[in-house]
Design a protein around this ligand. Structure first.
Ligand code: IMP
Length: 196
């Protein structure tokens, strides 16, 4: 069965492809020749993930899924949340976003945060959602050079290294996205099995 991942991120696509069995052929937006900007105008992760999946489903009539992730910081009323990618402005860098967060938090002692990923899947006209969460703290300064986004300022609970100091295998094993993808894969494998 063909399944489209409504994302332009090759790395994410490869990662998921490697986890799926041969019953599914995972296609990226590039594979289907979709060059359009997919709208993401909802005020929450679930709405955005579904909006992206529906856009592709309606246009290409193929089963598909999309993801959306946000960093939710308690003392900032869960900001940047759905606005994580462009928190510091339209063309901002990861550095700009982290600097804005650190500046807004100042030396607050209340540094609890979580990364949350929502995946929306549309399969044979039905909608399904999968969520992954990793809890942690926002550090007072950046630590580590690996990873992307807010990795240098996020310390997952139970660990002594920020996401940017960890090797990728460790990060993927505990991360928000890793957990949501695992739920999606388990569902697809079962679904596949049940329909045989
Ligand atoms: P997306 O929905 O996966 O594109 O994620 C939106 C934004 O959240 C990204 O641009 C990053 O700023 C942030 N983000 C998502 N996942 C991670 C992560 O694993 N580490 C750090 N930042 C992330």
């Amino acid at each position: 069965m063909d399944l489209i991942f409504a994302s332009n991120n090759k790395h994410k696509c490869e990662e998921i492809r490697a986890m799926l069995n041969e019953q599914y052929r995972l296609l990226s937006l590039e594979d289907i020749g979709c060059k359009e900007e997919i709208p993401e105008t909802h005020p929450n992760l679930q709405g955005n993930a579904l909006q992206k999946a529906e856009f592709i489903y309606q246009k290409y009539h193929k089963n598909c899924f999309a993801d959306d992730t946000g960093l939710e910081i308690e003392c900032l009323d869960n900001r940047p949340g759905v606005y994580s990618a462009r928190y510091a402005g339209e063309h901002c860098s990861f550095e700009d976003n982290m600097n804005k967060v650190l500046q807004e938090m100042g030396n607050s002692q209340h540094r609890k945060a979580q990364f949350r990923t929502v995946i929306a899947l549309i399969l044979n006209d039905k909608k399904y959602f999968f969520e992954g969460i990793v809890h942690g703290q926002i550090l007072t300064e950046k630590h580590g050079k690996d990873g992307f986004g807010y990795d240098p300022i996020f310390l997952p609970d139970g660990y002594t290294q920020s996401f940017a100091e960890m090797d990728l295998t460790t990060k993927n094993a505990i991360s928000h996205r890793g957990q949501a993808v695992k739920k999606l894969i388990a569902f697809l494998k079962n679904f596949n099995y049940a329909t045989k």
